[in-house]
Design a protein around this ligand. Structure first.
Ligand code: BTN
Length: 253
C-alpha cells in the first residue's frame, strides 16, 4: 500500500485491474460494513457509470477511476454538500499536479479551459433521517489521448496529458487527491460545510456571468449572483427577480 499520509481516506485501498464499476464495489463495501475512508480503484471499468444513467468511458491504462466510502454523521438532505467537497478536492488536485487553472461547474464536474476533465457521481444509501453510507465516485481523464474519447460526447472534454503536454503519474495524482479529500473531510467534520464551500468557490468562475440553466421542466437565463450558504445557485433573471436553483445543468453563455 502506498504511504498516503492521510487520517481517514485510504485506510483501506482495494485495486482492481478490471471491474464493472468502482461505485458498485464501494456499495458492496458499504453494505458489508467496511470502514469509512475505504477506497476502490480500478485500471478499467466495463460498466462505468455516469450521471443521469449515462455511461462513463473507462478504458484501461490511462485514467483514474476511484470510489470513496464515507459515513458522514449528517441527515440525507445534506448529502449534496459532499459533492462540493469532492469537486473541491479534485479541482485542487488538478490545479496542483498539473499547474493548471481548474474550474468547477456547478455543482460538480471539474473543467480546464472550459473542457471537462473530471466527472463525479455520488451515490447515497440512506433512510429518512440517517445516511448509512455515501459513495463518492470520481473519474479523472489523466492520460487519455484525443482519439480515445468517445465520438458521441455531449460536451467538450480534455485530459491532464492534453493540458500539460506530458504524461501524469496516476500514483502521484491519487496520493494528492486522497490527501485533499482527507483534509477537506476533516474540515467538514470539525467545522461544517462553510469552509468546504469556500474552497469550492475558489474554483468557481461564473459569478457575474450570464448562464443558461436547464431545469427538468424549463430553461432559464440569468446572471450568476453567487451561492447561498447551502450551495444553491443564485441567479438574477432579466425580469429583476432572483431565482434559487437547487439542481440543474448550467451552461455559460
Ligand atoms: C459524470 O457523469 O460526469 C460522472 C462520472 C463519474 C465516473 C466515475 S469513475 C469512478 C466511479 N465509478 C463509476 O462507475 N462512476 C464513477
Amino acid at each position: 500500500q502506498a504511504n498516503l499520509e492521510t487520517e481517514r481516506i485510504g485506510c483501506e485501498v482495494i485495486y482492481y485491474a478490471e471491474t464493472d464499476s468502482t461505485n458498485l464495489c464501494a456499495h458492496e463495501l458499504g453494505k458489508a460494513g467496511a470502514p469509512e475512508g475505504s477506497v476502490v480503484l480500478a485500471d478499467s471499468q466495463i460498466a462505468g457509470r455516469g450521471r443521469l444513467g449515462r455511461r462513463w468511458c473507462s478504458p484501461p491504462g490511462v485514467n483514474l477511476y476511484a470510489s470513496v466510502l464515507l459515513r458522514p454523521p449528517v441527515a440525507p438532505r445534506y448529502a449534496s454538500q459532499l459533492t462540493f467537497l469532492s469537486a473541491a478536492a479534485v479541482a485542487r488536485t488538478v490545479a496542483e499536479t498539473g499547474n493548471l487553472a481548474a474550474t468547477v461547474k456547478w455543482p460538480n464536474d471539474v473543467l480546464v479551459g472550459g473542457r471537462k476533465i473530471a466527472g463525479l457521481l455520488n451515490e447515497l444509501d440512506a433512510e429518512t433521517e440517517q445516511i448509512h453510507y455515501l459513495v463518492l465516485g470520481i473519474g479523472v481523464n489523466l492520460n487519455m489521448r484525443t482519439e480515445q474519447f468517445p465520438e458521441d460526447l455531449r460536451y467538450p472534454a480534455t485530459s491532464m496529458m492534453l493540458e500539460c503536454g506530458r504524461k501524469v503519474s496516476r500514483l502521484d495524482f491519487v496520493r494528492c487527491l486522497l490527501r485533499h479529500l482527507d483534509h477537506l473531510y476533516a474540515l467538514y467534520l470539525s467545522e461544517g460545510f462553510p469552509p468546504v464551500l469556500a474552497v469550492w468557490q475558489q474554483y468557481f468562475d461564473l459569478v457575474g456571468r450570464s448562464v443558461e440553466v436547464d431545469l427538468q421542466d424549463r430553461r432559464i437565463i440569468g446572471k450568476v449572483a453567487g451561492l447561498d450558504s447551502d450551495g444553491a445557485l443564485l441567479l438574477d433573471l432579466t425580469d429583476g427577480t432572483r431565482e434559487r436553483v437547487l439542481a440543474g445543468d448550467v451552461k455559460p453563455l
